[in-house]
Design a protein around this ligand. Structure first.
Ligand code: MIC
Ligand code: SF4
Length: 636
C-alpha cells in the first residue's frame, strides 16, 4: 500500500518500533525549537542531563512570549536563555525578532525534516512539509540530548481540498471549517494531511495558517505536500537548496477522508469559549465589538498584514473599538515598512504592538469587562485574554479588519471595496541580524537570575495512592484552566514553587492552598483533559502541589505525555458513567503496584470502580521512577 507524506517522513526517521497504528515508534529528531515561556524549564532539564552540546542538526531558542518585562524576571530569563544557547550550540532568536513559528517557517523549516518544539503550534512548519510536533519541554530537552521522540504511530486523516477560495475568504476559514466538522478532539490520534487540487491555490503562509491551527483539533500534527510553491517560497527565503519534493504515493489510503470544496466556503468565526464552536460570520454580523486583535502565530504573515493594510488604507477604525496589531516577525515588519503598508496600518488608528505573541497569551491588551473581542488568533479559551467575562471570537484577517472599520461584527464580503490582491515577493527581505548563530561554547558562563529556581525533584511512586478528590472538572479542560498564563503568571515559569500557587486559579482559587494542606490528592475530569498548550507547568506545578493521579474520560496528547514525564498517573474510566459516581472531597485509594496491567481498581468507601490506562511498559517504568528526569538518572 502507498504511503502518505507523514508516513514517509516517519519511515525515514524511525529508529525503533513498528509502523502500525497505535504502536510506539521512536523518531530521530532533526530540529528542535523552544520559546522563552517553556524554554527556561526545558533548558534547566537539559542542563541536568549533562550533555556538552545539542545533538540535533539544528536547535533554536526563541524569545517571543514573555516580552513585557514589568520587572527583572522576564529579562533574567532572556539572559539565561541567551547564555544557554551560546554554551550549548543553539541559534538564539532575540526578543523583537518575532513569533517562533513564523520565524521558524521563514528561516529554518525544511521539508521532510522532523521538528519538535516546546510549543503546541510547532506544526506551523507543516506548511512546508516538515513533520513538526508540539511536545513538553522535557521531551524537547531529551531530543536536544540526542534521544528519540516517542509517539504512537498515528492514523492519517486526509483532508481533500478542491476548488479555490472566493474573495474575502482565506486560509483561516479553511481551518475553521475543519474545526467545524471535527471539533476540538476530532484530530486526536491522527496526523492531518492535506491533498487535492485546491492545495496548489494556497501559498506556504496560507498552508502554515492551516497547519498551525490544526493543533486545535487535538491532532499529532498537520502537514502539506512540498511542491513547486514550497520551492518558490524557500527560494524567496534564500533557502532553495533545502527544498525537496514530498508528495503522497498515488495509491495512498488514508484512515479517514474529509473533503472541502473551497469555492463554497464563507467567512467563519469560532465562538466563545472554544475553537470548535464555529458559525458563519453572517450569523454574527451586527453584534457590537469592543476590541479587534490581528496577529499571533496563526495570522501574522506578510500576506495577512498586507491585506489588512490595503483595506485600512486611507480609513480610520471605528471609534467604538480598539485595534491591536502584532506583526509575526521582523521580516514581515520590514516588508510592511518598505512597501508603505505599515503607515496605512498606523494611520488607521491601530495600536502597534511588538512582533511577539502579545494579547494572544494575555500579555497585554486585555479586553474591557464583558467585551466582545474579535481576534485572528487560534485560541479563545475561557479567561485566556486576561478578562474572565470577555467573549472572544476567532476569525480571519479579512473579517477582523472589516469589523475594525465598522465597529460591529462584519462579514468582509459586505465591504464596498475591491478584494486586495497579493503575491509573495520573489525574494523576501532577508536579514538575520537578530538571530545569534551557535557559539563555540566552552568558556561561556550560564547567567541565572534570582527567579530562576532549580526544578523540584520527585521521588518514586508508592504502590498505593490515597487521598481526596481535590477537584471534579468537566469536559475539555484546557491547560489555560490548569495553569493560567498572562502577564501576572507567565513571569513565574522559571519558579515552580511560586507558579504553583496559581494552579486552577480560574476554576477554584482555593485549589493550591487546599492541595498543599492535605498533601495532595486526585483530579477527576471529563473528556479531552489538558487540551491546548504544551506547557509542562500544567503537570509540573500540580505535581509540586501533590497531585498523584488524574482520572479522566480521555486526555489530550501532549498533556498526557507531560503527566507521565512528571510522575502523575493518568487513568481513564472503563465505564465513563462511573465519573458520575465520584464527588469532590471523597477519599479514594488506587493500587498501582502493577501499572503494567491494563486494569486498575479505585476504592472509594464501598464503591469499587474499574479504571484503565494507555501506558506503554516504558511509560509505566517512567511513572514508577517518579517521572522522566528521575528515570533518566536511574538509568545512568
Ligand atoms: C499557547 O498558545 O498556549 C502557548 C503559550 O504558546 C503554549 C506554550 C506555553 O504555555 O508556554 C503552547 O501553545 O504550547
Ligand atoms: Fe504565541 Fe499565541 Fe502562537 Fe501560543 S498561540 S505561540 S501564545 S502567538
Amino acid at each position: 500500500m502507498g504511503l502518505s507524506i507523514a508516513q514517509k517522513i516517519v519511515k525515514e526517521h524511525m529508529e525503533q518500533g513498528q509502523a502500525a497504528v497505535g504502536q510506539e515508534v521512536a523518531l530521530r529528531i532533526d530540529q528542535t525549537l523552544t520559546q522563552d515561556a517553556t524554554g527556561t524549564a526545558a533548558y534547566l532539564q537539559f542542563e541536568a542531563m549533562g550533555v556538552r552540546r545539542v545533538q540535533t542538526e539544528l536547535s533554536v531558542s526563541y524569545v517571543d512570549h514573555n516580552t513585557i518585562q514589568s520587572d527583572f524576571r522576564n529579562a533574567d530569563d532572556h539572559r539565561y536563555l541567551q547564555s544557554i544557547a551560546a554554551k550549548y550550540g543553539l541559534y538564539f532568536s532575540r526578543p523583537g525578532n518575532g513569533i517562533c513559528h513564523q520565524v521558524h517557517l521563514e528561516r529554518f523549516a525544511v521539508p521532510g525534516k522532523t521538528l519538535i518544539g516546546s510549543d503546541s503550534h510547532t506544526p506551523t512548519a507543516g506548511g512546508v512539509g516538515a513533520l513538526a510536533m508540539g511536545a513538553g519541554g522535557l521531551d524537547v530537552a531529551m531530543a536536544m540530548a540526542g534521544e528519540c521522540f516517542i509517539i504512537k504511530y498515528p492514523k492519517v486523516m486526509g483532508v481533500e481540498l478542491t476548488g479555490k477560495l472566493p474573495d474575502w475568504v482565506s486560509a483561516k476559514d479553511v481551518i475553521l471549517e475543519v474545526l467545524r466538522r471535527i471539533d476540538v478532539k476530532g484530530g486526536v490520534g491522527y496526523i492531518i494531511e492535506y491533498f487535492g487540487d485546491g492545495v496548489k491555490t494556497l501559498s506556504v503562509p496560507d498552508r502554515a495558517t492551516i497547519t498551525n491551527m490544526g493543533t486545535e483539533t487535538g491532532c499529532t500534527t498537520s502537514i502539506f505536500p512540498s511542491d513547486e510553491l514550497t520551492r518558490e517560497f524557500l527560494m524567496a527565503q534564500g533557502r532553495g537548496e533545502q527544498w525537496r519534493e514530498l508528495l503522497p504515493d498515488a495509491d495512498v489510503k488514508y484512515d479517514k477522508v474529509i473533503s472541502i470544496d473551497m469555492t463554497q466556503l464563507e467567512p467563519l468565526a469560532a465562538c466563545p469559549h472554544s475553537p470548535g464552536l464555529v458559525k458563519p460570520v453572517r450569523e454574527l454580523a451586527g453584534m457590537s465589538v469592543q476590541q479587534v486583535g490581528i496577529g499571533s502565530c496563526t495570522n501574522s504573515s506578510l500576506r495577512d498584514l498586507s491585506v489588512v493594510a490595503d483595506v485600512l488604507a486611507g480609513k480610520t477604525i471605528s471609534a467604538d473599538l480598539h485595534l491591536v496589531v502584532n506583526p509575526g516577525s521582523r521580516q514581515v515588519l520590514d516588508h510592511l515598512i518598505d512597501d508603505g503598508k505599515f503607515s496605512a496600518i498606523v494611520r488607521s488608528g491601530a495600536r502597534i504592538m511588538e512582533n511577539a505573541c502579545g494579547a494572544c497569551i494575555g500579555m497585554g491588551a486585555a479586553p474591557s469587562s464583558g467585551a466582545v473581542s474579535v481576534r485572528t488568533y487560534n485560541r479563545n479559551f475561557f479567561g485566556r485574554s486576561g478578562t474572565k467575562d470577555a467573549q472572544v471570537y476567532l476569525v480571519s484577517p479579512e473579517t477582523a479588519v472589516a469589523t475594525a472599520l465598522k465597529g460591529k461584527f462584519t462579514d468582509p464580503r459586505t465591504l464596498a471595496v475591491d478584494y486586495p490582491q497579493f503575491s509573495l515577493p520573489e525574494r523576501f527581505k532577508i536579514n538575520d541580524n537578530m538571530i545569534i548563530p551557535p557559539q563555540s561554547g566552552a568558556n561561556i558562563e550560564i547567567l541565572r537570575g534570582p527567579n530562576i529556581v532549580a526544578l523540584p525533584e520527585f521521588t518514586a511512586l508508592p504502590a498505593s495512592l490515597t487521598g481526596e478528590v481535590l477537584l471534579k472538572l468537566e469536559d475539555n479542560i484546557t491547560t489555560d484552566h490548569i495553569m493560567p498564563a498572562g502577564a501576572k503568571i507567565l513571569p513565574l515559569r522559571s519558579n515552580i514553587p511560586e507558579i504553583s500557587k496559581y494552579v486552577f486559579e480560574m476554576v477554584d482559587d482555593t485549589f493550591a492552598a487546599r492541595a498543599l494542606q492535605v498533601q495532595g490528592g486526585f483530579l477527576l475530569a471529563g473528556e479531552n483533559y489538558g487540551q491546548g498548550s504544551s506547557r509542562e507547568h500544567a503537570a509540573l506545578a500540580p505535581k509540586y502541589l501533590g497531585v498523584k493521579a488524574v482520572i479522566a474520560k480521555s486526555f489530550a496528547r501532549i498533556h498526557l505525555a507531560n503527566l507521565i514525564n512528571f510522575g502523575i498517573v493518568p487513568l481513564t474510566f472503563v465505564n465513563p458513567d462511573d465519573y458520575d459516581k465520584l464527588e469532590q472531597g471523597e477519599e479514594i485509594s488506587i493500587q498501582i503496584n502493577n501499572l503494567k496491567d491494563a486494569k486498575i481498581y479505585l476504592q472509594a468507601g464501598e464503591k469499587k470502580i474499574e479504571l484503565c490506562h494507555s501506558l506503554s511498559p516504558l511509560d509505566a517504568e517512567i511513572l514508577k521512577a517518579g517521572g522522566k528526569l528521575a528515570w533518566v538518572k536511574e538509568k545512568k
